[in-house]
Design a protein around this ligand. Structure first.
Ligand SMILES: [Zn+2]
Ligand SMILES: [Zn+2]
Length: 253
């Protein structure tokens, strides 16, 4: 299984023309972060977790030629806004795309993209099959996905453990029974927004402490805001087995 980070940023981290901070002005490609998303490739199948506003650009940048399933963590715009562009994969693959989401996230998809569900469909709109997931593990093309419920302030968000890889974004707290599901996992990804406190995201210190407590072999940080500082600078401060993920990073399992 191959994991590619399609984006490791957040809406707060999108470089703005007017922003003169060192990250937004940085020439280092590691500081150019699109909204958080990962691609999982296995036996020729392509599964993507989250399709934020940069989805189209991410598909073009990573030269993604097929999409077998899209899985959502939660319904915030920086994770679902780009879903309209799966129409390109409908066109290439001549089939509907399976979307895996909880009932609550599906309700948001119906609100955000009502035209997809019209009884008389406008030609060329995205064609999807909504598949309902809950806390139970599910299998996609031979890979088992174990949902991990985390709290994003009060909102429940799903992370996923796939074998020795766990991907968690938009968490502020994780209850013990959910942590038990990821203990012993080789590689764990956690969100770390910035250094200062935030009501709904782990800070750098909180994410590093939790990765340490989980004793994973390697940890990666994602959903990183420009307020965190430059990639190279943060890397120097991190423990040896913890790194900032960056757009384009690939891991093999
Ligand atoms: Zn969110
Ligand atoms: Zn987010």
């Amino acid at each position: 299984m191959k994991v590619t980070f399609l984006g490791t940023g957040t809406s707060q981290g999108v470089p703005l023309i007017a922003c003169q901070c060192p990250v937004c002005k940085s020439a280092d490609s590691h500081d150019k972060r699109l909204r958080s998303s990962v691609m999982i490739e296995n036996n020729g199948r392509v599964i993507i977790i989250d399709s934020g506003p940069d989805f189209r650009q991410q598909m073009l940048r990573a030269d993604v030629r097929r999409l077998d399933a899209l899985i959502f963590t939660h319904e915030h715009k920086d994770h679902i806004a780009g879903m309209d562009d799966i129409r390109a994969f409908n066109f290439i693959m001549k089939q509907k795309i399976d979307i895996y989401a909880t009932e609550r996230v599906q309700a948001a998809i119906r609100r955000e993209f009502p035209y997809i569900f019209d009884s008389v469909k406008y030609p060329g709109i995205p064609e999807i099959n909504l598949k309902t997931i809950c806390h139970r593990p599910f299998v996609l093309f031979g890979l088992e996905f174990i949902p991990i419920e985390v709290k994003h302030y009060l909102l429940p968000v799903f992370g996923y453990r796939i074998g020795d890889f766990t991907y968690i974004t938009d968490a502020k707290s994780i209850e013990e029974p959910e942590l038990d599901k990821i203990r012993g996992c080789h590689t764990i990804v956690l969100n770390a927004l910035r250094r200062e406190h935030h009501v709904s995201h782990f800070t750098l210190t909180e994410a590093v402490q939790l990765l340490g407590a989980l004793k994973c072999k390697q940890g990666y940080l994602t959903h990183i805001s420009h307020q965190m500082g430059c990639h190279a600078e943060v890397e120097r401060e991190l423990p040896e087995n913890i790194h900032c993920a960056y757009d384009g990073l690939t891991l093999e399992f």
